[in-house]
Design a binder for this molecule. Structure first.
Ligand code: PA5
Length: 434
C-alpha cells in the first residue's frame, strides 16, 4: 500500500450529504464494474498497449536522462518548449518540487509574440540549453517557438555551436523533430510509442527538466511505482484511486454533478491543478463510446487554490447549483514553520490568530470549507499528503493517471485518444498552409 497518500471521502457519501452523495448500496451495486475496469487497466499494462504504468521501473530511463544532464552540464538554465502533455507535467513538477541547483524557464505553449519575446529576451542564451518536447514533432506552437529560439541562439553562439545546446524529447523513430535531431546531431530522449502525451509526465518529458534542475528523479519514479503497486495489490474497495474514480463517476452519472474541482491547499500544487485539468478533460471528454455510439460524455475539470479561492469560487460551490464535486489536497507538513506573531496590538479581532502556526491556520481553513460545503450538502473529499517530496509527487501523478484510466473504463470510452484536439490541429495546418 502507498504510504504517500490517503483519501478521506466520508463527505462524498450519502451518510454526510444525503441524496447528493453516494450510498453504500450504490457503491456495492457498481463494484463488479469497477473490478472489471481495474482488470482492463491491468490488461493494457501487461500487454504493453500502454507503457506509463511500468515506465517508472525502467532502469534505462534514469541512465539516459542522467547522461544527457551531464552533457548539458555547462548550462545554468534550461528553456523547456512544449504544449499540452509535453508541457504541463514539467511545469507542475517544477513548481511542486522547486529544485534550486539550476533554473527552468517554460515557453512554447502559446504563439503570443510578446510573451515569447520577453521570455527569450530575458535569457542568457550562451548559458542556456533548449529542451524542445514534442511527441509528434510537428505541433505548431512549440515548433514555431523552437525555430525562433534557434535563430536567436545562432546569433549568440554561432551556427557551429547550436547543436551543443539542444535536447529533443520526441518519438524515438519518426517525425520532423526526430529527423531534425538525427540530422543535426542533437541530444535526444525518447517518448515511448505506447505512452500518449498527457500520460507522459513521468517519462523524459517531465523528468529530464527536473533532473537538470537538480531533483532526485529516482524518488519520483519510486513514489509512482509504489502507488501503482498499491493499485495492483489492493481490492477496489480499499484502493484510493479506484474509489476516487468510482465516486466521481457516480456523481456524474447518478446526480448530474458534472463539474469536478481539484483544490490543493498548497501554492506549490497550483500548477498541478492545471495538469489535472488536462488529463481529466482530454482523456474523458469524448463524442463516442467504445461501441462508436454518440455519447458526448465527460466531466468538466476545474482547478482552484486553497485558501485563495475561498474568497472567490467557494461562494458558488457552496450556494450555487449542486452540480459539482470538490476534492481538496492537504499537505500535512510544510518546510517553513512560520508563526503569526503573538499579541500584536492587542486587538480583540486578531486574538484568534495570535501566535498560531500558518500551517495550522491553512489546515483549519480547509476543514472549515469542507464543513461548510457538507452543511450545504455538497460532496467533497480530501487527499492527504504527508509532505511534498519527490516520492509523494510521483505517487500523486500516478494516482491521477490511474484514476483517469479507470474512469475511461467506467465511461466505456477510449481515454487515450484526442480526436477533438487532432481536428483542431488539422484545421490549423489547413489554414496556415493556404
Ligand atoms: O495529451 C496529448 O496527447 C496532447 O495534449 C499532446 O501532448 C499535445 O497536443 C502536444 O503534442 P506533441 O507532443 O505531439 O507536440
Amino acid at each position: 500500500m502507498s504510504s504517500h497518500l490517503s483519501f478521506d471521502f466520508t463527505r462524498m457519501r450519502s451518510s454526510s450529504v444525503g441524496r447528493w452523495g453516494a450510498s453504500d448500496a450504490e457503491r456495492k451495486k457498481i463494484a463488479p464494474r469497477l473490478r472489471d475496469a481495474k482488470k482492463e487497466v491491468l490488461r493494457i499494462h501487461e500487454s504493453r498497449e500502454q507503457g506509463w504504468m511500468s515506465y517508472p521501473t525502467d532502469k534505462d530511463v534514469g541512465k539516459k536522462i542522467t547522461s544527457v544532464v551531464k552533457q548539458m552540464n555547462a548550462f545554468q538554465t534550461c528553456l523547456v518548449l512544449g504544449i499540452g502533455g509535453s508541457d504541463l507535467a514539467g511545469r507542475a513538477l517544477y513548481s511542486a518540487l522547486k529544485p534550486s541547483k539550476k533554473k527552468l524557464v517554460f515557453a512554447g505553449a502559446n504563439t503570443d509574440p510578446d510573451e515569447l519575446f520577453e521570455i527569450v529576451d530575458g535569457l542568457d542564451l550562451k548559458n542556456t540549453c533548449i529542451n524542445i518536447i514534442s511527441k509528434s514533432g510537428g505541433t505548431v506552437e512549440p515548433m514555431a517557438s523552437f525555430l525562433y529560439v534557434l535563430s536567436q541562439l545562432e546569433k549568440k553562439v554561432g551556427k557551429r555551436n547550436v547543436a551543443d545546446h539542444i535536447v529533443a524529447t520526441t518519438d524515438p523513430e519518426s517525425g520532423s523533430l526526430y529527423e531534425l535531431a538525427t540530422k543535426h546531431g542533437w541530444a535526444m530522449l525518447p517518448i515511448p510509442r505506447n505512452i500518449g502525451g498527457r500520460f507522459s509526465a513521468l517519462t523524459a518529458v517531465g523528468l529530464f527538466p527536473l533532473a537538470f534542475a537538480g531533483t532526485d528523479i529516482q524518488g519520483i519514479q519510486k513514489g509512482a511505482h509504489q502507488e501503482f503497486q498499491a493499485f495492483q495489490s489492493e481490492s477496489v474497495e480499499k484502493n484510493n484511486a479506484c474509489q476516487y474514480a468510482l465516486l466521481q463517476y457516480l456523481a456524474y452519472t447518478k446526480r448530474n454533478q458534472k463539474i469536478q474541482i481539484v483544490m490543493p491547499y498548497s501554492a506549490q500544487l497550483k500548477e498541478f491543478g492545471l495538469w489535472y485539468r488536462q488529463i481529466w478533460a482530454e482523456s474523458l471528454g469524448k463524442k463516442v463510446n467504445r461501441k462508436k455510439k454518440i455519447v458526448n460524455v465527460g466531466p468538466t475539470p476545474i482547478s482552484a487554490l486553497g485558501a485563495t479561492d475561498q474568497h472567490s469560487q467557494i461562494q458558488l460551490y457552496t450556494e450555487g447549483p449542486n452540480d459539482k464535486t470538490i476534492l481538496f489536497i492537504e499537505i500535512e507538513q510544510f518546510k517553513n514553520d512560520l508563526h503569526v506573531p503573538a499579541n500584536v496590538f492587542g486587538m480583540k479581532e486578531l486574538v484568534q490568530i495570535s501566535g498560531k502556526r500558518f500551517r495550522d491556520i491553512l489546515h483549519a481553513e480547509r476543514e472549515a470549507t469542507s464543513r461548510a460545503l457538507t452543511a450545504s450538502k455538497r460532496p467533497n473529499g480530501t487527499l492527504f499528503l504527508k509532505k511534498i517530496t519527490p516520492g509523494s509527487i510521483g505517487a500523486l501523478f500516478m494516482f491521477y493517471e490511474l484514476a483517469t484510466a479507470l474512469s475511461g473504463e467506467l465511461y466505456d470510452i477510449n481515454a487515450y485518444n484526442q480526436p477533438g484536439v487532432e481536428a483542431g490541429k488539422k484545421a490549423m495546418h489547413d489554414i496556415l498552409s493556404r
